[in-house]
Ligand binder design. Structure first.
Ligand code: BGC
Length: 472
């Protein structure tokens, strides 16, 4: 359908959709957006992560993971909560997937809990964990939802952390065994695989600044974890492909567009260094470009972890790159060691901020897509994008106007990049339902479905209703 024809149809449809529907003003259809404009093959999904939703932390043979341990340490989680119950997806998944289906999404991204499947990280198998994911996958397929598996979304088995976790080169073997196992168990029904979720986040937050599990700090730990994560990213891809030649294989990277505060050479150089640490470090080795040491000289220290042949082993030809975008970064020269740059706090007066203090700037996702499209990447899929706002449950409704507007504006930006010819083939929002937001606990709510963590009652927010109509 031509864009002009669609616009006419859409505005005629608006009146109809309003009458007697559940739509409030904020979630009204937007005449500039229709799912048809993205093409019929476009994937529309939600993303989730095992530790943030499953709960059942010590049920049916699951082993301890690094977050189970980290949450018990004093002061690590802002509201002193844990992910022990979270959304109890482990027990509620059947209804949850029906709910997802009722919102007209066709794709569901979830991660596997490594320690639920292999409680010790390697060796011993937990059959009940395998059953659980079999049931999730089978349910998806039964109701016409395509499952997308993330192999690693931050919940390393604690027993592997005890041996050094991502800083230990042996992780390449541990991860290979785990990947091999998952592919053999689930590969008969699952075509879409995402190897890692945001290596930038779990190496920086977990091994450099200690804000996430396992809570380590130090440049060597960080550099070792980056190199091993990059080797696992490629190795994971190779293992999946060797078993499943037709699989659709990707990895999910956090992508933040970086701008200098001022158009001055020292600001521009600072922005370049931040761009390395946030973006380039995790994509360039995979593409065979090596580590971007020239623009961030301290990466030379990585050398001590690199062994002969690694440069080749870092490469893998992914079918798609998962682009995850939450904010842009404005930077200036600064005192952060090694990087000698710092982020400028977004200005509350000038921009809308989310509950995380992240600036709402829809153009950012467009700029990130453009940046990544310069690399030889076959397909870009937005595997996460979303926002936390202070939602209020009012009876059976949550009028999350800001989130409705957020999604509409970000989607328009994605569409703009797509219309310019970039091969963006899917959009997975973050996230399906409010969940355990890592070191922030339960306060930030990112869901399009509200969760009452006391009763586990789910309530569709206005943003969820907006998507239901949009994807109809
Ligand atoms: C992570 C999610 C997280 C979200 C919001 C992403 O970086 O993949 O697990 O909940 O950001 O903070």
């Amino acid at each position: 359908m031509k864009r002009s024809e669609f616009l006419k149809l859409a505005s005629a449809g608006t009146a109809f959709l309003y009458s007697g529907s559940l739509l409030s003003k904020a979630n009204q259809p937007d005449p500039e957006l229709s799912k048809e404009l993205f093409g019929s093959a476009f994937h529309w999904g939600v993303s989730t992560a095992s530790h943030q939703i499953e709960g059942a932390w010590n049920v049916d043979g699951k082993g301890e993971n690094i977050w189970d341990r980290f949450e018990m340490m004093k002061g690590k989680i802002k509201d002193h909560s844990t992910g022990q119950i979270a959304c109890d997806f482990y027990h509620q998944f059947d209804n949850d997937l029906d709910l997802l289906k009722s919102l007209n999404f066709k794709d569901f991204r979830f991660s596997l809990s490594w320690s639920r499947l292999l409680p010790d990280g390697t060796g011993r198998i937990n059959d009940k964990g395998v059953d659980f994911y079999n049931r999730v996958i089978d349910k998806c397929l039964r109701i016409g939802i395509e499952p997308w598996i993330t192999l690693y979304h931050w919940d390393l088995p604690q027993l592997l952390e005890d041996k050094g976790g991502w800083t230990n080169r042996d992780i390449i073997g541990w991860f290979a065994e785990y990947t091999d196992f998952c592919v053999q168990k689930f590969g008969d029904r699952v075509r879409n695989w995402i190897v890692l979720n945001e290596p930038a986040a779990f190496t920086t937050l977990g091994y450099l600044i200690g804000m996430h599990a396992p809570g380590h700090r130090g440049i060597n730990k960080f550099l070792a974890s980056v190199h091993h994560a990059m080797l696992c990213q490629a190795e994971g891809g190779r293992i999946i492909r060797s078993h499943l030649p037709d699989a659709h294989i990707g990895t999910a990277l956090s992508c933040s567009y970086v701008e200098p505060k001022k158009q001055l050479p020292r600001h521009e150089r600072a922005a370049k260094r931040i761009d390395v640490i946030l973006n380039r470090l995790y994509i360039e080795p995979t593409l065979g470009m090596g580590y971007p040491k020239k623009d961030l000289p301290f990466l030379e220290k990585m050398e001590r972890f690199i062994q002969p042949g690694d440069e080749e082993r870092l490469k893998f030809d992914f079918d798609f790159i998962g682009l995850q975008n939450y904010f842009r970064v404005i930077s200036r020269p600064g005192i952060i060691p090694y990087i000698r740059a710092t982020k400028v706090k977004p200005d509350k007066e000038k921009s809308e901020l989310t509950e995380m203090g992240w600036e709402v700037w829809p153009k950012g996702i467009y700029m990130s897509i453009k940046q990544y499209a310069k690399y030889p990447i076959k397909e870009i899929i937005i595997t996460e994008n979303g926002a936390a706002f202070p939602d209020e449950l009012q009876g059976e409704s949550v009028h999350d106007t800001q989130r409705c507007n957020y999604f509409k504006d970000y989607l328009k930006s994605v569409l703009k990049a797509k219309c310019e010819g970039i091969n963006v083939t899917g959009y997975f929002l973050w996230t399906f339902m409010d969940n355990f937001e890592w070191s922030y606990g339960y306060k930030p709510r990112f869901g399009i479905v509200y969760n009452d963590f006391e009763t586990q009652k789910r309530t569709i927010k206005d943003s969820g209703l907006w998507f239901r109509n949009f994807l109809k």
